[in-house]
Design a protein around this ligand. Structure first.
Ligand code: MN
Length: 211
């Protein structure tokens, strides 16, 4: 992935069927090759008409939406958010090997939520509570505290001044082919393929940035 225009859709760092049986191959293929690709194409199309924005990184575009020309604010917000949220989601999946948080993140989850089980329950409740399309996130706030939040559509925690650690995409396209309308089952399955190693790295990165 370039960190600025022209953005490209880098291949997944694992096979499309790597999350079987929890997330099916067809869903992974469509999600990455079509849904994410569409956000990238739309973002590139818009930026192609604005050379002055072509050196901006994805994060700069997201955070500075209010400074952009009015007529492209919504377009850039939705599509840069769509690219960021999906890349983050895919980067935090792995074949089901480590089913528990690790490292300093594991300690902080216990401190903040009482236990991993308690965190899981709260995260699942949040993910179920998203009305329509959006995401549930584990984030670090400006005082360094772990929090669970939800966002609508392709909104991101970055524009709220929060540092993302982990996210789950609960748009129906993320699970409908396998789980139909049963979002709760999809969330349970997603917990089997969380890349806790990467989430821990994201967490440590938050501290480097914010403190
Ligand atoms: Mn999605």
């Amino acid at each position: 992935m370039n960190n600025h225009y022209k953005f490209i859709n880098t291949p997944l760092p694992y096979a499309y069927d790597a999350m079987e049986p929890y997330i099916d191959e067809k869903t992974m293929r469509l999600h990455h090759d079509r849904h994410l690709q569409t956000y990238i194409d739309n973002l590139n199309n818009t930026l192609s008409k604005y050379p002055q924005l072509q050196h901006w990184t994805l994060e700069e575009l997201i955070i500075n939406v209010p400074c952009l020309p009015k007529d492209i604010q919504t377009n850039i917000k939705n599509n840069s958010g769509g690219v960021f949220n999906h890349q983050f989601f895919f980067s935090n999946l792995s074949t089901p090997t480590s089913l528990q948080p690790i490292g300093i993140l594991s300690e902080s989850i216990k401190n903040e939520f009482g236990s991993y089980m308690s965190f899981k329950n709260q995260f699942k409740t949040a993910a179920l509570s998203v009305f329509g399309s959006g995401y549930a996130w584990l984030v670090v706030n400006s005082t360094g505290q772990l929090c669970i939040i939800t966002t609508q559509n392709q909104d991101t925690p970055l524009s709220l001044g929060l540092y993302p650690v982990l996210n789950i995409d609960v748009w129906e396209h993320a699970y409908y082919l396998k789980h139909y309308n049963l979002r709760a089952d999809y969330i349970d399955d997603w917990f089997h393929v969380v890349n806790w190693n990467n989430a821990n790295l994201n967490y440590m990165r938050c501290f480097n940035i914010s403190f």
